[in-house]
Structure formats: structure tokens, C-alpha cells
Design a binder for this molecule. Structure first.
Ligand code: MN
Length: 316
């Protein structure tokens, strides 16, 4: 059931033991909005725990509360009055879904949200889940502080590509300005995220060598098979390098992370890439989406390119 922001605030106020979670393979928005909400609820005197079923990259240790994020273990019972899932549909919260059986409040900005939660607050126009949490803090009547500000700024900055993407609206920028007034230090956040291990920078070069141009240059992507992935770190920045190629509308990376399991990232400058991701059970946003294809690199590449070409043809 979809609810309003006011009802979301009321739901949080009514519950005492609250567990917050976000998607596996967590990004700056998943982690930042989870921790930002945790700080706000603690300010209200709630018992709050954050569980994410994945490893949290060390770069996020710049965020206050980083060390408090728990990773669930099999068989663990996570007691709670309410499970809050942010920046995600329920199918991507991993084992938290089975280990915490409390009613679920879902707060999300992905237009592809599956609506399976007991209660859902969805704002597809919000640039980041962190932007919603910022609005929610106002609705809760909590005074913002540096801890909340650092975490939410992380979410806003990363989901908007440092305020460069088309999802950044006047509301986003006003929220960011407020977060700075609360004490956020953007330089600390960008410095923490910019740092790359030497090996990763070198592996970026390997990935860039594999970029291919398709559809007369309208599509570009790089496919890294399992052998390559074993030899080199998966360069997170690779999709950004594909995306900037002149004339490219749809950019993708395909990484065979395990044998016959390929993670796909999609970016576009206009076309709706959720139409591609949804065909493989994935999701995301119009200009940034992702999915997993359970085939080897070569087969997954063929399927993905076919799906991309269908979307291109439907547009022309
Ligand atoms: Mn997000």
C-alpha cells in the first residue's frame, strides 16, 4: 500500500525497535540514506539497528555510524517492531528479508519498485533516497546535525553524479544547501570516494581496452569475462568512461562476477534503460539501471545487445 510522507513519519514515530536495511551491492545512497535515517531516529529516542547483507566498502568509513552497520549471519533472528527498507525493492535486501520478520516500511525513489512492501512511500522524482530522508527528517520535526548531514549528502552526491545528472532538481540543490548548513563537509566525502587502489586504476585501463562501439556508435559497452574478472579488480568507474564517449546514447558494462553470472550496468543520455533492465528482472532509473543475467559472458552479451537493439528500434 502506498502511503504519504506524513503517514511515513507517523509510522516511524509509532514504533520503538526499528531495523533499517538497503540493497545488496550497496552504493552511496543506500548506505548514506540508511545511516542518515538511523541518526534521525536515534535523535527521537528509538532503538535503531542498520543491517545490510553485503560488505560495506571502506571508502564509506568517512560516514558517521559506518562501524555500526551490521551484516546478518545465517540463522540470526533480528527482532524489530518495524523493518525499514530504503533505496530498494524487497527482492534485493538479501537475507534480511528472512531474518527480520517485522512489518516492512519501504522508502524508495526507483520507478521500478515492485510495491511488495506492507507500506511504501515512493517518490520517483526524488534524485536519491537521501533526498526523501531529508524531507522525512523535516516531517519528523528532528533538528538536523552533522552526522545526518554527512550521510545524506553522500546519497545526494553519488546518485546525482555530484549534481551533474538530470535527476538533480531545485529540491535536490536546496536539500544539499541545508545539509551544508547542518555541517556536511563535501570535500571529505568526495576525497574519500575519489581514492582508488593502484591496482584498480590499472584494471580500469584493461576494461577500457575492451570497450566496443555498436549500432553505428550509438551504443558502447565493455564485457569482462570470468577469467578477466579473476585477474583484475572489477573497475567501478568503467561505466563512467563508456558513458562519456561522443555520440553514445546507451552505455553498458557486463561483468561475469561468478561463472555464468553477469552483472550488467546501463546508462543513457535519453533513452529509458529500465526497459532493457526489466527484461532481465532488473530495475533502476530511466538513465541508470542494472540487472543480472545468469549466463556466461558471451551468451549474456548476445542477449543484452539484442535487448538494447530492440529498444533502439522501438524509439526510431
Ligand atoms: Mn538511490
Amino acid at each position: 500500500m502506498q502511503i504519504s510522507l506524513k503517514e511515513t513519519a507517523a509510522e516511524l514515530k509509532a514504533k520503538q525497535r526499528i531495523v533499517i536495511t538497503a540493497h545488496v551491492n550497496p552504493d552511496g545512497d543506500a548506505i548514506g540514506s540508511s545511516l542518515g535515517l538511523a541518526h534521525a531516529l536515534r535523535a527521537l529516542g528509538k532503538d535503531v539497528q542498520v543491517f545490510i547483507d553485503d560488505d560495506i566498502p571502506a571508502a564509506f568509513s568517512v560516514l558517521p555510524g559506518y562501524e555500526l552497520i551490521g551484516k546478518p549471519v545465517d540463522g540470526q533472528n533480528i527482532p524489530a517492531d518495524l523493518l525499514v527498507a530504503v533505496d530498494v525493492s524487497l527482492d534485493r535486501i538479501g537475507r534480511v528479508a528472512e531474518l527480520c520478520t517485522a512489518p516492512v516500511l519501504n522508502i524508495d525513489h526507483h520507478v521500478t519498485n515492485d510495491g511488495q512492501a506492507d507500506k511504501l512511500y515512493l517518490d520517483g522524482k526524488a534524485a536519491a533516497a537521501a533526498e526523501i530522508i531529508y524531507q522525512l527528517i523535516g516531517e519528523l520535526g528532528v533538528n538536523g546535525n552533522r552526522d545526518m548531514a554527512m550521510c545524506l549528502y553522500m546519497g545526494l552526491a553519488t546518485d546525482t553524479g555530484w549534481f551533474r545528472f538530470s535527476n538533480a532538481t531545485p529540491k535536490t540543490m536546496l536539500a544539499a544547501a541545508d545539509l551544508l548548513a547542518w555541517g556536511a563537509e563535501p570535500n571529505l566525502i568526495s576525497e574519500a570516494l575519489e581514492q582508488r587502489p593502484f591496482a584498480e586504476v590499472q584494471s580500469l585501463a584493461v576494461g577500457m581496452q575492451k570497450i566496443e562501439l555498436l549500432a553505428g556508435g550509438r551504443v558502447a559497452g565493455a564485457c569482462l569475462d570470468y577469467a578477466t574478472m579473476q585477474e583484475y579488480d572489477a573497475p567501478e568507474g568503467l561505466i563512467g568512461m563508456v558513458r562519456v564517449i561522443e555520440g553514445v546514447d546507451i552505455a553498458f558494462t557486463l561483468k561475469e562476477k561468478e561463472p555464468n553470472l553477469c552483472r550488467v550496468s546501463l546508462r543513457s543520455k535519453g533513452l529509458d534503460v529500465t526497459k532493457i533492465a526489466l527484461q532481465f528482472g532488473g530495475g533502476g532509473h530511466v538513465r541508470a539501471a542494472g540487472c543480472t543475467i545468469e549466463k556466461n559472458c558471451a551468451e549474456a552479451r548476445t542477449d543484452l545487445i539484442n535487448a538494447i537493439m530492440q529498444v533502439l528500434e522501438a524509439e526510431s
